[in-house]
Design a protein around this ligand. Structure first.
Ligand SMILES: Cc1cc2nc3c(=O)[nH]c(=O)nc-3n(C[C@H](O)[C@H](O)[C@H](O)COP(=O)(O)OP(=O)(O)OC[C@H]3O[C@@H](n4cnc5c(N)ncnc54)[C@H](O)[C@@H]3O)c2cc1C
Length: 430
């Protein structure tokens, strides 16, 4: 049914329209509906649908509880107790066990099949009172002093477009970056420009015992590989590398991925009996951030605002945590417009804080000094616990991490200096 646009009224039909029903959109919609707000989610696909990004963080868990989906996620998920890291040819891998974080109150996370996970979250938004329309693509938007109005196309049936209005527009369109692309706000990250190639495989052994659900990260000369154990003997395996390496491909994408395994003996060995289960996919144009996260009557959440390299499995958590903050910000704006400027500025600051904390590690991930420190984690002065806290997602100020992280930065600079002097600290890894 079409909703008329009330250009001269102060009360359009929705308090908020959310573009996109991924983790960010479903979370902000559910939380706003739980606050009694009238919310509409417009999602262009129909769930369940494939999505990459299967490894979650422990700090996701409190958000699952808040949404009331913890049991459902646990049912479809593989328990992830930590992350392990390896360098080529090393006889051992280093395990970062979430139970050793400074505040290990959530000592594990989950690996999930995103089609199932995203459907749980979207169905939950519906159950919490949000209106959800799938196969509904937002084509355009405009802002007036009182409203945000979107043009939506029904991708099924009549293919008709209609206009819908709300007091706030929330962009959760993921890497489509709907608003920031339309307004020219999107800036590629000059310090990080990678691409990924990935597939699901059977016949790949998991780690032993307690480590069976861990994500494995392997450095190699052109980037890094991930292995994420899913259910039913499925392993998500992907490679993230500099675009220059991807340009060396002269055959099919599947062959290129399999040939790339040979560049990292530890990966090659684990993939010896692997069989691909799906088509090999790629994602490029990696990291970006919009120049601002909000404007008059709109704000962005999750990948619609920023995308950082997935090496620490931070994407879904950042998406859902920013959605949690966004729900509070929009609720404040709706309740008391005089507080809107402050609420939006606080929202920007909170989201940027988490992104910056992960980014410091990401920018240096390929540096030999970082490899050395990850492969030889120091138990002294709580340094390892601080790094594990970051890897758990404790990046929004809950724990006072900065003194220990500053110390870690000093150690990083020292290892770099020694390497620069030719003392080769980074070679003493395996
Ligand atoms: C190679 C790779 C590996 C990754 N690995 C991990 C990982 O291991 N762990 C992790 O946490 N994260 C990972 N990520 C990141 C993760 O995928 C994202 O951060 C996460 O999905 C962001 O959620 P979102 O809701 O912001 O966006 P999305 O999940 O992308 O959802 C956006 C939704 O908006 C819809 N949409 C878009 N445009 C429109 C429109 N105009 N109208 C209507 N609907 C629209 C889309 O159909 C989609 O459903 C990875 C990413 C990549 C590229």
């Amino acid at each position: 049914m079409s909703t008329p646009v009330e250009t001269d009224s102060n009360s359009p039909d929705y308090d908020a329209i959310v573009i996109g029903g991924g983790p960010a959109g479903s979370t902000v919609a559910a939380l706003l509906a739980m606050k009694g707000r009238r919310v509409l989610v417009l999602e262009k696909s129909r769930h369940p649908r494939f999505h990459i990004g299967e490894s979650l963080l422990p700090r996701n868990v409190p958000i699952f509880r808040k949404l009331g989906v913890f049991d459902q996620v646990r049912e479809i998920g593989v328990e992830k107790k930590g992350a392990d890291f390896s360098v080529p040819g090393a006889a051992r891998h280093t395990v970062f066990d979430f139970a050793r974080a400074i505040h290990p109150d959530e000592p594990s996370a989950f690996q999930v099949t995103r089609s199932e996970f995203d459907k749980i979250l979207l169905d939950n938004a519906r159950a919490r009172g949000a209106e959800v329309r799938e196969r509904s693509e937002v084509l355009d938007f405009r802002i007036s002093s009182e409203h945000a109005t979107v043009t939506v196309k029904n991708l099924d049936g009549d293919q008709k477009t209609e206009e819908l209005a709300a007091r706030y527009l929330i962009d959760a369109s993921g890497r489509d970056t709907f608003i920031s692309s339309k307004l020219g706000l999107k800036a590629r990250d000059p310090r990080h420009n990678s691409a990924a190639v990935f597939n699901h495989f059977s016949g790949v052994p998991a780690r032993d015992g307690e480590e069976a659900g861990n994500i494995s990260i392997y450095w190699f000369e052109h980037g890094w590989f991930w292995m994420i154990p899913l259910d039913d003997d499925r392993m998500s395996v992907g490679m993230v590398s500099a675009p220059e390496y991807l340009k060396t491909r002269d055959g099919a994408l599947d062959d290129f991925l399999v040939q790339s395994f040979k560049r990292c003996p530890n990966v090659d060995k684990r993939m010896a009996r692997a069989r691909p289960l799906d088509e090999t996919r790629a994602a490029g144009n990696f990291s970006y951030r919009a120049r601002r996260i909000f404007g008059d009557r709109y704000l962005m959440v999750g990948d619609a605002y920023a995308f950082i390299d997935p090496v620490f499995s931070s994407g879904v958590f950042i998406a859902m945590q920013s959605a949690d903050y966004a729900a509070d910000a929009v609720d404040t704006c709706l309740a008391d417009p005089k507080k809107a400027a402050r609420a939006m500025a606080d929202y920007q600051r909170l989201v940027d804080r988490g992104i910056s904390r992960f980014s410091w590690f990401i920018y240096r991930f390929m540096d030999p000094a970082m490899r050395f420190l990850f492969m030889n984690p120091s138990q002294r002065l709580g340094l390892q616990a601080a790094v594990i806290s970051v890897l758990s997602g404790d990046v929004y100020g809950r724990t006072r991490l900065w003194p220990r992280l500053m110390l870690f930065r000093v150690m990083f600079s020292a290892v770099n200096l020694l390497n620069g002097l030719g003392l080769g600290v980074d070679k003493k890894i395996s």
